[in-house]
Design a protein around this ligand. Structure first.
Ligand SMILES: NC(=O)C1=CN([C@@H]2O[C@H](COP(=O)(O)OP(=O)(O)OC[C@H]3O[C@@H](n4cnc5c(N)ncnc54)[C@H](OP(=O)(O)O)[C@@H]3O)[C@@H](O)[C@H]2O)[C@@H](O)CC1
Ligand SMILES: Nc1ncnc2c1ncn2[C@@H]1O[C@H](COP(=O)(O)OP(=O)(O)O)[C@@H](O)[C@H]1O
Ligand SMILES: [K+]
Length: 511
């Protein structure tokens, strides 16, 4: 699914009105009807007090139309309009009249702090103050209103976006933004929903297909692609009936050091669990028994160094190299890593300590095979590309780095983002239970496994990231977030692949 900018959505809106020969007010009614259908399905007529806060633009117009339809469904709705300027959008005004026709009274105008109604935790708040038209930080009594809404723990539903949030622009830390429990967003999710500094404001979210012009949507260059279950289904490659292990690639996992042999074992185990034909581990010699005991399917090759890798001597050919987990940053390990890089002509997967070594040795970066995949968490990323002022600068710097070095970057976290030159792929699977030691080691093994099985490196990365998160999601249904650990995530890769083709779940995203 494409993630479009606020400006593109306004263009899509215009194009829809022209091509579908409908009026903008019809489109607003369509939007409101969809939202009310969803709300009604959940509330089922419950007599709960609903307070709808409407702005004066089209987001406010949506809010007024929703209020009217909810009232007509028999809900207990009070409608407020934030009277923050004399301007009113045309469609706001039409809906302002329409709600009056139904209630025989105007909505309540709010013009200062003293006008705020009491909100209790038993209310449902619907936030339709600002949507994609926000063009500056919210200040004064409007900021107070948002902070007041946030201070009461009433269930808060945002229309299109939590008010005060930009769709695709950076914020200052002190900006007033509504914190929604649930967001109904129109046509495409917004980039800010997926970024660490703002994503928490959105709660769970649902994307409502409001039928914007398909031609416009097709040609629009997205800010990013959201990789959800359907995209992953399309990337999956079924095995050929006569396949044998020799066709399914050989992953060589290089890493481990004294006290960190678990890391490379997790990586190698995940490479097997995700389907590679053969997996070997290149490890310090004292780790041999550990890896062979933990992963009987994995062959081992020992470096001369006992406690850490000191060299890179072996006779293997045609392998996909996955390097870094648990490797440490000893000088000799760096030389072994550099030697491995020099011998490598096909894309490799670089994680953890190997990323740190690259960050301090930029010459080696130039030697990496094109389309190699780096999987940094934010600490490692900072060493690689420098610090950033905000989430958007982080993405811009990552794009620049990827283009300059012909590398694929995996920015790990909630909503891991894969960066390939100018393209961003935002992953929607995974959960906070995955914030556990070693889950990144598993990810490196999964991606390497798909590269070895012949997936194109970018697809192996995007698909691997998705399946890693999907494994965590499936495992969390049995183990809860707290009970998840890296080896369990790894064991759920197979079940997650099966689950990819089971009946779709209709759960809200980010649930
Ligand atoms: N895209 C689609 O296809 C569809 C979109 N639809 C809906 O339209 C919404 C977008 O509507 P929109 O463009 O009218 O903008 P909106 O968010 O209501 O705000 C603009 C108003 O706010 C004002 N304003 C801005 N910042 C401010 C601030 N900090 N503090 C104070 N004021 C501020 C600004 O005033 P101005 O800057 O001109 O002074 C202007 O009056 C979208 O989110 C969705 O809900 C659907 O109905 C149909 C399909
Ligand atoms: N809150 C979260 N939601 C979803 N995924 C998460 C979350 N926290 C961490 N993860 C995932 O877990 C993995 C953690 O990787 P990393 O930090 O490298 O761990 P380690 O170094 O311990 O292996 C990444 O794939 C990341 O996307
Ligand atoms: K809103």
């Amino acid at each position: 699914m494409k993630i479009l900018s606020a400006q593109q959505l306004a263009e899509a809106d215009k194009s829809t009105i022209e091509k579908q020969q409908i009026t903008s007010i019809d489109l607003m009614e369509r939007v409101a009807t969809l939202v009310v259908e969803r709300l009604h399905a959940r509330l089922n007529g419950a007599p709960v007090p609903i307070k709808i806060f409407c702005g004066i633009g089209n987001n406010g117009g949506d809010g007024l139309a929703i209020a009217r339809l909810m009232i007509q469904h028999g809900y207990h709705v009070t409608t407020y309009v934030t009277n923050c300027s004399k301007k009113r959008s045309k469609d706001f005004l039409v809906n302002y009249d329409r709600i009056k026709d139904v209630t025989k009274d105007w909505p309540i105008l709010l013009s200062c702090k003293e006008d705020f109604p009491e909100i209790t935790p038993k209310d449902i708040v619907i936030d339709a103050v600002f949507g994609t038209g926000l063009n500056r930080p919210v200040t004064g009594w409007m900021a107070d209103l948002f902070n007041y809404i946030n201070s009461v723990s009433a269930f808060t539903v945002a229309i299109d976006m939590p008010s005060g949030l930009y769709a695709n622009e950076p914020h200052d830390k002190q900006d007033a933004i509504v914190k929604a429990d649930h967001t109904f967003t129109f046509q495409t999710p917004k980039l800010s929903f997926f970024l660490p500094e703002t994503g928490n404001q959105v709660g769970t979210f649902e994307v409502l297909n409001i039928g914007l012009d398909p031609e416009y949507l097709m040609q629009a260059q997205p800010l990013a692609q959201l990789i959800a279950r359907e995209a992953a289904q399309n990337m999956y490659r079924q095995r050929d009936k006569f396949v044998h292990k020799g066709n399914l690639g050989h992953v060589l996992c290089m890493g481990g050091s004294h006290g960190m042999m678990g890391s490379i074992s997790l990586t190698a185990g995940a490479a097997i669990n995700a389907g590679a034909g053969k997996v070997s581990a290149y490890i310090p010699s004292h780790g041999n028994t550990i890896v062979q005991t933990l992963c009987p399917e994995v062959m081992t090759l020992s470096s001369k160094g006992e406690q850490f890798i000191t060299d890179f001597e072996h006779v293997l050919k045609d392998y996909v190299l996955c390097v870094g987990p648990g490797m440490g940053q000893e000088e000799e390990s760096y030389s072994a890593f550099a030697k491995a890089v020099h011998q490598q002509s096909s894309p490799m997967i670089i994680d953890a300590d190997a990323i740190n070594l690259l960050a301090s040795n930029h010459d080696l970066l130039e030697k990496l095979p094109k389309n190699s995949i780096l999987t940094p968490h934010d600490g490692e990323l900072k060493r690689l590309i420098g610090d950033w002022k905000n989430d958007y600068e982080r993405l811009e710097k990552a794009k620049e780095f990827s283009a300059k070095h012909d590398l694929i970057l995996v920015l790990k976290g909630a909503y891991t983002i894969t960066v390939a030159e100018n393209h961003l792929y935002v992953n929607d699977s995974g959960n906070p239970g995955m914030a556990t030691a070693g889950s990144g080691d598993v990810l490196a093994g999964v991606i390497a496994s798909f590269v070895a099985q012949g997936y194109d490196p970018l697809i192996a990365t995007v698909f691997g990231v998705h399946m890693h998160g999907a494994s965590g999601d499936l495992a969390a249904q049995t183990y809860a977030h707290e009970g998840l650990k890296a080896s369990i995530i790894s064991n759920f890769i197979g079940p997650a692949i099966l689950n990819l083709f089971r009946n779709p779940e209709n759960k809200p995203q980010n649930a």
